[in-house]
Design a protein. Structure first.
Length: 321
């Protein structure tokens, strides 16, 4: 234990975060010469130069880059362990920023705000729209606390927790022919389609599956978000895909028809992501637990269009006779 100096971890964290002996010394309120001597000790302990001169700046070695995340996490855990908790609970006077995907926003926002109000009094929540280009960066920089949605590729540093798997269904107006009969592949392909795409892209896995049947569909319009899509299809002859569990309340409120898409499609997975520096934080953990609890509560689903046209016809024959 005499050889164990945990202050070296603090110095290493500051050095790897700033890439500067001067800035690290300022952060730890010590002299530049003392920090320089500490860097020499760290180099000897780790058998690596850690920071090397490149022009007028210092740059980290590959070993330093490997250590950066683990060291920051250890220091954060040590601070959380040794810092006395303020009274009033983990969410007192916290301003949480949650980035949420369009498909999840309507399902999450109201129930989560009610839960935060009850369980984390004094905390506030700011919801931001999803931004695939900035998601992991914002988590890493601390501008966003939690990201929730159908997450694509994430930063290797990001912690991802799977919440649940949904499934794709079709949505149409109440008067649409698919309200009376489950569509076949041919009927579904021949319908007029609306696609949800923030970039205007019309191709999706639906087109790939239809191609296996030798069919194509006609996408006559795109909209940037799912909420707009649901309102659009209920007032037109268009159909669009939607995640079943997430949109069940909206479809019921709008009186929309929902039906099985007659194609095997990959299930949309809803997940939650955050930066590991927040894993041990009590307030952050409480928020994550509330998000998971809210999304684990299943909303009532809308009854899907039931029998295919052949069965409807068969049932109608005795009545007509």
């Amino acid at each position: 234990m005499d050889a164990l100096d945990l202050n070296l971890l603090l110095a290493l964290d500051a050095l790897l975060d700033t890439n500067s002996v001067t800035e690290a010394a300022r952060r730890l309120q010590t002299s530049t010469s003392a920090m320089s001597r500490t860097l020499t000790r760290l180099r000897a302990v780790l058998d690596d130069p850690l920071l090397v001169r490149s022009g007028r700046a210092l740059v980290p070695t590959p070993r330093a880059l490997e250590l950066r995340h683990d060291v920051a996490h250890l220091v954060e855990q040590a601070r959380a362990l040794l810092t006395a908790r303020e009274g009033g609970g983990p969410g007192r006077h916290r301003d949480f920023v949650v980035r949420v995907g369009d498909a999840v926003a309507a399902r999450l926002s109201g129930p989560l705000l009610a839960a935060v109000r009850a369980e984390l009094p004094g905390a506030s929540v700011r919801f931001l729209a999803a931004d695939p280009a900035d998601g992991s960066v914002a988590l890493r920089d601390g501008r966003v606390d939690v990201e929730v949605g159908m997450l694509g590729r994430t930063d290797p540093e990001t912690v991802v927790q799977r919440l649940f798997a949904d499934r794709w269904i079709g949505v149409a107006a109440a008067r649409h022919p698919f309200a009376a009969t489950r569509p076949t592949v041919a009927a579904y392909a021949s319908a007029l389609h609306l696609e949800v795409s923030a970039t205007g892209r019309t191709h999706s896995p639906i087109d790939d599956r239809l191609a296996l049947h030798g069919r194509t569909r006609r996408v006559i319009a795109t909209v940037p978000d799912l909420s707009t899509a649901l309102f659009t299809v209920t007032t037109t002859e268009l159909v669009c895909p939607a995640p079943e569990l997430l949109t069940a309340p909206a479809c019921a409120a709008l009186g929309a028809t929902v039906f099985d898409i007659p194609l095997p499609l990959p299930d949309p997975v809803v997940a939650m992501a955050w930066h590991p520096r927040n894993t041990a934080d009590a307030g952050h953990r409480a928020l994550r637990e509330l998000i998971a609890e809210v999304l684990a509560t299943r909303a009532p689903t809308v009854e899907l269009v039931a029998p295919p046209v052949e069965l409807v016809a068969a049932r109608a024959e005795p009545a007509s006779a």
